[in-house]
Ligand binder design. Structure first.
Ligand SMILES: NC(=O)c1ccc[n+]([C@@H]2O[C@H](COP(=O)([O-])OP(=O)(O)OC[C@H]3O[C@@H](n4cnc5c(N)ncnc54)[C@H](O)[C@@H]3O)[C@@H](O)[C@H]2O)c1
Ligand SMILES: [Zn+2]
Length: 677
């Protein structure tokens, strides 16, 4: 066949694209498409070049390994080139049969000859490295580069604890060990958690993070990235009398103190390889690191030598890949889910995609900031990753594939479940629905909290019962509890008449409570039992609390701006007020008193901060004394602080007071002030 202009152009285009992807992957360590997509393009070009040999060029990506070395790093020539491995595309056992047949034919074996012995290994998803040991001492580490010339990365590799600087046992005078540097999945997650905390860019996946770390110019950066290593092959070996097989070589490596993966098996013929393939496939998710497949190698070195090489790969090895852990799909929409505590979580709705062995249709995006950080737009082509038993995630968009119709996600200002307003505290990343008492998404949580022992104390209203009551639609808000009858309860599964009567009695008993318990029972965010008590004491009556402004609320002892905002936000939501009215109408009562008389004491209206150890008073005693004189004690020093009371070993708060010019008192000074006013 003669290639038409169409095929000619397609091949040229594929070469250009693959070239650009090689650069992004091998040189920048920042690929923009998943490996699976790259492999599809690569195979398309291979097929074109096979069908139309005149399209093949000597510089085609199908003819070469890796990418150009970085000029900033010193070049290292590999005496024994670092090759690629042919990937068997047939994902069934056909691939194994084809490989075994090729090997047998090349070795001139007939059907009467014994099956070939192979070594099955894992195909680690990391970065190939060549370690040169002279007289047992690590003298140089080099990347693969373009296979002929790599980069000197000794300075970084020395920081990897798993790579011995000196071999143990009786190593030969010269030994080049080849292997894979990779990052464990848990190390990767911890690293990203640290990045997130520091507000820094998240890494995409373990492979590119490992490769990026090894190719840093500054070894201090590499030292901070937790890297691991497995040895699996040989470069230059001088006059070392080689072990006879790959299996024996790996044992020798282990004896030298080099890490060797435990999952390796001598497999006899096609059946042995298939068994290994299936066993590892079942194990893959539970391995602590990513693998993209298994590798089969002819075990005997004399046979390997006989088989030799083609352009970029040995004839004696083949890789069998597993389903990709990263794939491309379309981000159809971003929906918002409301959790039990009212947290709003954006969830990516994806065009179904097969990745990591399962079909994925949605993935969490955690929060709004995460979406901004990843830069994904609704309608984008995105990379989806599912590795191990980690939940699927959207890695990022493929920006080059945007068509212009994509749109940004906007966090709703109303809860998508109950339409209450949504609030996001200044120092929080999570947005929340404020309709705690009313929101169906938060119903179960709200009821359980309401019925809790330290709240309304409704005995017998636990997890299972709340589930049933909510799922049967019998109870929607706490107020509905007080309208329950025996009839409704009798319809529930496994509810005996006796326990129904007991529950109703417990509900009845809870009808009369205290204001503090009632406030706590409402489940206002950041309002615990102690704060509820303070609020009850300070305001005396519920209406006064409900109408208090944030400015007024911060006057309550121990209530800061964040708590004040939660309280005001909660009562600002009309739905919550409705439920409170219903509770009152249902006969829930408590004693109300007068608001705590503002203590017209000597410290009235003044804000104090306590720090260090006072000579005779505990911190609680000092606080009680200040409050008894009408003062307020706050936890941190600001411009609003009137006095800092400093004892022995006062720390940063004292320094801050001095910096802001706030008056500083010792214990005597405090006592004098409170006495005299
Ligand atoms: N996403 C992109 O843009 C992009 C671009 C270029 C390459 N790639 C990916 O890179 C890979 C191609 O690179 P390649 O030429 O290195 O081929 P390869 O990764 O498929 O196979 C060769 C490599 O396998 C590794 N390996 C792991 N375990 C091994 C073992 N037990 N024994 C021997 N070797 C082992 C070695 O590092 C070796 O260099 C493909 O997976 C491709 O998808 C992706
Ligand atoms: Zn809601």
């Amino acid at each position: 066949m003669i290639a038409s202009a169409l095929e000619f152009e397609r091949a040229a285009r594929l070469r250009r694209e693959l070239e650009a992807h090689n650069h992004a992957y091998y040189v920048l360590d920042a690929p923009t498409i998943p490996d699976a997509e790259y492999d599809r393009l690569f195979r398309e070009l291979e097929a074109l070049e096979r069908d139309y040999p005149e399209l093949a060029t000597p510089d085609s990506p199908t003819q070469r390994v890796g990418g150009a070395p970085m000029p900033e790093l010193a070049a290292v020539r590999h005496a024994v080139p670092m090759l690629s491995i042919r990937t068997e595309t047939d994902t069934t056992n056909g691939g194994v049969v084809a490989f075994d047949t090729r090997v047998r034919n090349a070795l001139g074996l007939g059907s009467a000859d014994a099956p070939v012995e192979y070594l099955g290994e894992l195909k680690f998803d990391g970065l190939a490295i060549s370690l040169r040991y002279e007289h047992g001492v690590l003298v140089r580490a080099a990347t693969r580069g373009d296979g002929e010339t790599g980069e000197d990365v000794t300075h970084n590799v020395r920081t990897i604890r798993q790579i011995p600087l000196r071999l143990s046992g009786k190593p030969p005078a010269l030994l080049e060990v080849r292997g894979e540097i990779y990052m464990r999945r848990d190390d990767f997650q911890r690293l990203n958690a640290r990045q997130e905390q520091a507000g820094e860019k998240l890494f995409i996946n373990p492979r590119n993070t490992a490769a990026g770390a090894v190719r840093q110019l500054d070894p201090r950066i590499a030292a901070k990235r937790p890297l691991s290593f497995f040895a699996y092959g040989l470069g230059e070996t001088g006059d070392w009398a080689l072990p006879p097989t790959q299996a024996a070589l790996l044992d020798a490596f282990a004896a030298f103190g080099l890490p060797v993966c435990e999952h390796r098996v001598v497999a006899v013929g096609v059946d042995g390889l298939c068994e290994f393939h299936d066993r590892i496939a079942a194990l893959r998710d539970s391995l602590p690191y990513d693998i993209d497949g298994v590798v089969y190698k002819v075990n005997r070195f004399d046979l390997q030598r006989e088989l030799g090489f083609v352009t970029r790969e040995p004839r004696w090895a083949v890789a069998h890949k597993y389903p990709a852990q990263e794939e491309i799909t379309e981000l159809l929409d971003i929906e918002v889910q409301v959790g039990r505590t009212g947290a709003l979580t954006p969830v990516a709705r994806l065009k179904p995609v097969f990745v990591g062995g399962v079909t994925v249709t949605n993935a969490t995006l955690h929060n709004e900031e995460e979406i901004l950080r990843k830069g994904v737009l609704i309608g984008d082509q995105v990379i989806v990753r599912r590795a191990g038993d980690v939940i699927p995630e959207v890695v990022g968009p493929i920006v080059e594939r945007r068509k212009g119709g994509e749109r940004a996600f906007v966090m709703p200002t109303r809860c998508p479940v109950c339409a209450s307003h949504v609030e996001k505290a200044e120092d929080e990343v999570v947005a929340r629905c404020t309709g705690g008492l009313f929101c169906p998404a938060q119903r179960k949580q709200a009821l359980l909290h309401f019925a809790g022992r330290r709240a309304m104390d409704i005995e017998g209203l636990g997890d299972k019962l709340v589930d049933q009551l909510v799922e049967a639609g019998i109870v929607k808000t706490p107020a509905d509890l007080y309208r329950l009858g025996v009839l409704a309860l009798a319809n529930l599964q496994r509810m005996a008449e006796k326990s129904a009567a007991n529950l109703l009695a417990a509900i009845e008993k809870s009808r009369h409570t205290t204001l503090a318990r009632f406030i706590f029972a409402l489940g206002i965010r950041n309002v615990g039992e102690a704060t509820a008590k303070d609020l009850a004491r300070y305001f005396g009556a519920l209406d006064a609390l409900m109408d208090a402004t944030p400015e007024r609320l911060v006057e309550v002892p121990d209530v800061g701006p964040v708590v004040a905002q939660s309280i005001a936000g909660f009562f600002g939501e009309a739905h919550n007020r409705e439920v409170i009215e219903q509770l009152r109408a249902a006969g829930v009562t408590w004693e109300e008193g007068a608001p705590a008389a503002p203590v017209a004491g000597s410290a009235s209206g003044k804000v104090f901060v306590l720090t260090g150890t006072l000579p005779t008073m505990s911190r609680d005693e000092a606080k009680a004394l200040i409050e008894a004189h009408g003062g307020k004690v706050s936890g941190s020093v600001s411009k609003k602080t009137d006095y800092v009371v400093a004892g022995a070993e006062a720390g940063s708060k004292l320094a801050k007071a001095e910096e802001l010019g706030v008056a500083v008192l010792d214990q005597d000074g405090l006592l004098r002030l409170l006495e005299q006013g």
